[in-house]
Design a protein around this ligand. Structure first.
Ligand code: ADP
Ligand code: MG
Length: 328
């Protein structure tokens, strides 16, 4: 007997997760109800992934779930928020349990890792797409916005940049000349980039502005420049490059730097902090075990400038659209 939509919701979405104490009513009623602690803001972000636009139609459902949820968690991290709840609007062409089972396994594995509870959603028939609304909590007045960067602030990024783009190039081009363990490491960086929630939380009260890198650092950091009405100088020699990326580029440093500037879906954070906060920053991030690097400085004016050891560079680069798949 064919299963109804309700059976599927019950089977796959209602019972696979830890329950949070602040959820009063979750899946099953007309709305979910949650408790919000006094003196906190709720941070809310929505993202849609559409098959054929944001992922390949035959992509591994476990990857699709990871990407959908990780990119949303990364938005909360960039705001300095602690993830709490998520809603899932799922549009499926057919009820395919061979697709749903790995999708849910991957979704709940990541949700549980960050103590996020699925509190509701919608399930409809149509071309495959996934829309998530994530919510998180941030103490009032401490959210990391894009508008607070000040002239003279240092510009930082977490982790390394460029690995995700190299991983994607390997997936799409199947470059068999690349050494297998190197290729595996870079592909893993593309599929399993880690949202930096603990860094976002630690940056509360220290960073003047922040965002997560989803379209490539030069495309994303421009948003901070515009919202904060400042100019951005990035020195390409300061970009954090992994040994794997340099090996992938066969030692071509310029190619590695260009990948680092344009690589999307890194989920690394780019943030600004005043020079007076350098010690506070070091102390706050020490316990996160996430490395961070200063890549430039906020200056007076408008626009983005690339420098190499202080001298202007005129590379023509765009955001992450090199491989024909957009992640906007
Ligand atoms: P309504 O008709 O009120 O929109 P639905 O039949 O769409 O109700 O959903 C019933 C319950 O199941 C609601 O609580 C809704 O939040 C939840 N739900 C539906 N689809 C999903 C989903 N994909 N993930 C999580 N919860 C879902
Ligand atoms: Mg509904």
């Amino acid at each position: 007997m064919a299963k109804s939509e309700f059976d599927i919701i019950k089977q796959y979405f209602a019972h696979q997760q830890q329950q949070r104490d602040d959820v009063v009513l979750a899946i099953g009623d007309d709305c979910a109800l949650v408790n919000v602690p006094a003196n906190y803001h709720v941070a809310i972000s929505t993202d849609s992934l559409v098959a054929g636009t944001h992922f390949l139609v035959d992509a591994d459902p476990a990857f699709v779930a990871y990407k959908a949820l990780a990119s949303n968690i990364s938005d909360l991290a960039a705001m300095g928020a602690t993830p709490t709840w998520v809603s899932l609007a799922l549009t499926l062409p057919i009820i395919d349990e061979a697709w749903l089972a790995p999708f849910c396994h991957s979704f709940f594995e990541l949700a549980n890792r960050y103590n996020i509870q699925l509190i509701g959603g919608d399930t409809t028939k149509g071309p495959l797409s996934i829309t998530l609304t994530v919510q998180g909590l941030v103490p009032q007045g401490q959210a990391l916005t894009r508008s607070g960067a000040q002239v003279g602030d240092d510009i930082y990024v977490t982790g390394n940049l460029g690995d995700s783009a190299a991983g994607l190039a390997l997936i799409l081009n199947n470059q068999s000349q690349c050494e297998p363990s190197l290729a595996a490491a870079l592909v893993e960086r593309h599929f399993k980039a880690q949202p930096r929630v603990n860094v976002g939380e630690a940056l509360r009260g220290i960073a003047s502005a922040a965002l997560d890198i989803s379209d490539g650092v030069i495309a994303d950091v421009k948003h901070i420049g515009e919202r904060s009405q400042v100019a951005i100088d990035i020195d390409v020699e300061k970009l954090p490059l992994s040994a794997e990326l340099l090996a992938f580029c066969e030692g071509d440093r310029q190619q590695a730097q260009q990948l680092a500037l344009t690589s999307g879906e890194e989920y690394e954070l780019c943030f600004m902090a005043s020079k007076a906060n350098r010690d506070a920053l070091e102390m706050a991030l020490a316990h996160t075990n996430v490395k961070y690097s200063c890549i430039g400085e906020v200056t007076a004016g408008r626009g983005l400038s690339l420098l190499q050891l202080g001298k202007p560079l005129n590379w023509k680069l765009s955001g992450w659209d090199h491989f024909g798949i957009t992640n906007n």
